[in-house]
Design a protein around this ligand. Sequence first.
Ligand code: ZN
Length: 403
Amino acid sequence: MEELEIKEWGKEVFDLLSWYKMDVVKNAKVLVVGAGALGNEVIKNLALFGVGNIYIVDFDTIEYSNLTRSVLFREDDADKGYFKAEVACRKAREINPNINIQCICGKLNTDVGLGLYRKMDVVIGCLDSRLARLQLNRLCMRADVSWVEGGMENLTGNVRIFKQGENCYECGLTENAKQNIFQQLSCAGVAHRNEKQGRIPTTPVIASIIGAVEVQEAMKLIHKDEVQSGVFSTLLGKWFHYEGMHNHVSIYDSVAFFDDCPSHECWNDIVKMPSLSADTRINDAFTLIQETLGVKDVEINLRNDKFVDIIVSKNDNQRFTPMLPESKISDYIDNNYDLYTRSRSDLNQNAYENIDEGFPYQRLTLREIGIPYYDVIEITTEKGVFHVELSKDEDRFPIVVKE
Ligand SMILES: [Zn+2]
């Protein structure tokens, strides 16, 4: 018999805080998107607070330049080129072994299912591009989950909160910024320019400040009752701006939610399908969906990524068969010498946006055409549009519930 009693994390420390609810925090579910400088600070703080379920998403690997601003990374991680999400996850477990921390080494829109977003209490964005923020905003609106946004440059940083029905990242963008992002979006696939983002100058201290404010806001959002009763107010509808060069801290009113915005779609009419997984073959998926929905015509709409089967060179008609989601085509070209040496304007790709019974690759799985585990897929039928959850994948994303 163990003599030592395992002490409860935060007992006698956080209990002193009037607002901190131990049972709420240890059962909270938070998704952190981005495990760079901001993500490191956010993950560290969530682990220290004892947030019970933390999911970390990042597709990138650790480089030496990350070490100056990333408390969870070491030189050895950069030597080995480990994934940021994986190392951050491991280190956060060392900080607090009492919590459930999981990682997804992949992209926020093509490797994370909407089912996971829907399960979260709050999402924290630690991103460095507007395109990624726009994608995250759309997914969070679809999943009806609030997200905390952080951004930084030099000694300046911002924090905002976006919420379905109240405040939207896309609505707050200027026309110029929108144009810029949509241009990047249309450059996916063979037309992708593969230009590296310009490096943004940041410091370890601004990452600490902005990451800390993001987590403080997330902790408030987790305490729904306290927000409701006015124990504290959040930054929802506000713009927190910190300027460190001359020490200006400002909080502006900032609300934007316009009727004509394409980001506001909310998928709350979900049909759960316990026998459907991303590993299900397309022909089997059609049968299952037809039986469950009682429909004849089924078309799967690929809302996050297209599927590319063929790339043809206009010059000499040479054919390549990537059989990949469009977001992975740029990497495919970079890793194929014969393709890489050709001009991008010489290449034509054939991409599918909708998958129906005429789709020629019925034996592929949903995952092979770019649908992540535990996703919610949009189905068009003769009876209308349905949103179907791949519920068989739910067990892949454990959530720990404690008394
Ligand atoms: Zn909007």
